[in-house]
Design a protein around this ligand. Structure first.
Ligand code: AMP
Length: 359
C-alpha cells in the first residue's frame, strides 16, 4: 500500500515512520529545501498546489492525505480518482476561523463568544457584543498564536486594527480558562472510531510546550469524546482529527480543530497502544483502527529553537529529533516520558524541562 502525503515536515516524518512499521510506503510533495520526511520516503520538491506533482503523486498512490492545514483546498481537486482524506470540507472549514466556529455552533458544541470583524466599526461592535478583554485573530492562515492581538482596553482597538486589519478578522471573548486540553479521534472509511484519552496542554508564546495524558476526569473525557464523535460523523471524516478545548470549571469550550495528526498527540507514539500516526494511516487506508488505550501516564515536552546537549544526554525519555536546523521558535523535536503515576510522570517532565535552553 502507498500513501501520498502533501507536506513533508515532522508530522510527515512521523507518519512515514509509522508507515514503515505497518508495511505502508509514504511519498511526499513539499517545496522545502531539506524536508524532515525525506528520511522515510521519496519527496517530490514542488509547491503544495503544483498540479503536475500532485497528479503524479495521486497516480502512484492508493490514497492522498496531508500533514498541515494550509494546503490550498483547490490543490485537492487535481487528484483524479484517488481518494483524498480527510475530506476537503473538513480542511476548508478549518482554514477559516469563522466557518470553524459556525460548525461548532451548528453541532451545539459550546465555544467562546465571537464576532466577525471586517472594519474598524465592526471592531467597536465586537466590544459591545463580547466585552473586554477580547482577542482579535486573522480568520485565515493563523498558527501557533501568530496573527493574534489581545485587546484589554478600548484604547487598543486602533492598534489592533492597524496591525491586523488588512485581512478579514474575528474577535473572540478572552476566556479565563483553568487549563487547555485536546481530544484526538480517528475514523476510518467504514466509520469505525477510536478516541484517545484527553491531553492537557500548556502553551506559551502561542506555542505548545508540554502535553500530559491522560487527564484525571472521566466527565471531561466523555464530553470531549462526544464532541469529537459528532464532528467526525457530521463531516463524514476519515483520518485523525484533533479538537482543542478550554476547560472552565466542569465545562469545555471549543477553541479550534486540526484536520490532521497533531502536536498534542505526539505522546501517543510511546504512550498508547497505537499511535495517532499509525491510526491516521490505518484510517485513510480503511484498515481496522488500533486501540487508543494509554500505556501509563505520558508527558511530551516540545524542543523549541535549540536541542541542548543536556536534553540529548538525558536518559529518562525518548528523544525525537526531526533533523531540522535551529531557529528561534522552531519546533525541532520532542521528548516523551512515561510514568507509572501522574506524579512520576510530572517528575520526569521536570527533568526534561530543566534540560531545555534557559531563558
Ligand atoms: P489559537 O491559535 O487559536 O489556538 O490560539 C493559541 C493559544 O492562544 C491558545 O492555545 C490559547 O492558549 C490562547 N488563546 C486563543 N484564544 C483564546 C481565547 N479566546 N481566550 C483565551 N486564550 C486564548
Amino acid at each position: 500500500m502507498r500513501v501520498g502525503i502533501i507536506g513533508a515536515g515532522q508530522l510527515g516524518q512521523m507518519l512515514g515512520i509509522a508507515g514503515r512499521n505497518l508495511g505502508v510506503e509514504c511519498r511526499f510533495v513539499d517545496p522545502g529545501e531539506d524536508p524532515p520526511a525525506a528520511i522515510c520516503g521519496d519527496v517530490v520538491r514542488a509547491a503544495y498546489d503544483d498540479a503536475d506533482a500532485l497528479a503524479a503523486l495521486a497516480d502512484a498512490c492508493d490514497v492522498i492525505t496531508y500533514e498541515f492545514e494550509n494546503v490550498p483546498v483547490e490543490a485537492l481537486q487535481h487528484l483524479g480518482d484517488t481518494p483524498v482524506y480527510p475530506p476537503a470540507m473538513a480542511l476548508r472549514l478549518a482554514q477559516d476561523r469563522l466557518d470553524e466556529k459556525r460548525l461548532f455552533d451548528e453541532l451545539e458544541i459550546p465555544l467562546p463568544g465571537y464576532h466577525p470583524v471586517g472594519s474598524r466599526a465592526a471592531l467597536r461592535d465586537a466590544v459591545d457584543h463580547l466585552g473586554l478583554p477580547m482577542v482579535i485573530k486573522t480568520r485565515r492562515l493563523g498558527y501557533d498564536g501568530k496573527g493574534q492581538y489581545l485587546v484589554r482596553d478600548a484604547a487598543d482597538l486602533d492598534a489592533a486594527w492597524d496591525e491586523l486589519g488588512s485581512v478579514p478578522l474575528i474577535a473572540e471573548q478572552w476566556v479565563a480558562f483553568d487549563y487547555e486540553v485536546s481530544c484526538i479521534g480517528a475514523r476510518n472509511v467504514d466509520g469505525d472510531i477510536e478516541i484517545y484519552p484527553l491531553s492537557r496542554n500548556m502553551h506559551s508564546g502561542g506555542i505548545l510546550r508540554t502535553s500530559r495524558s491522560p487527564v484525571d476526569s472521566d466527565a471531561l473525557l466523555e464530553t470531549a469524546s462526544k464532541y469529537v464523535r459528532q464532528m467526525l460523523e457530521h463531516l463524514d471524516y476519515v483520518g485523525v482529527l484533533a479538537l482543542e478545548l478550554f476547560v472552565v470549571g466542569d465545562k469545555l469550550l471549543a477553541n479550534e480543530y486540526a484536520p490532521r495528526v497533531h502536536n498534542s498527540g505526539h505522546w501517543t507514539i510511546e504512550g498508547s497502544e497505537t499511535s495517532q500516526f499509525e491510526n491516521h494511516l490505518r484510517a485513510v487506508l480503511n484498515m481496522p483502527l488500533g486501540s487508543a488505550e494509554s500505556r501509563g501516564h505520558a508527558g511530551m515536552v516540545n524542543l523549541i529553537g535549540e536541542i541542548t546537549a543536556a536534553t540529548r544526554a538525558q536518559d529518562v525519555g525518548e528523544l525525537h529529533d526531526y533533523g531540522k536546523s535551529s531557529r528561534p521558535g522552531r519546533k525541532l523535536g520532542h521528548v516523551t516520558v512515561i510514568g507509572d503515576t501522574p506524579e512520576a510522570r510530572d517528575a520526569l517532565v521536570e527533568i526534561i524541562d530543566k534540560s531545555l535552553p534557559q531563558t
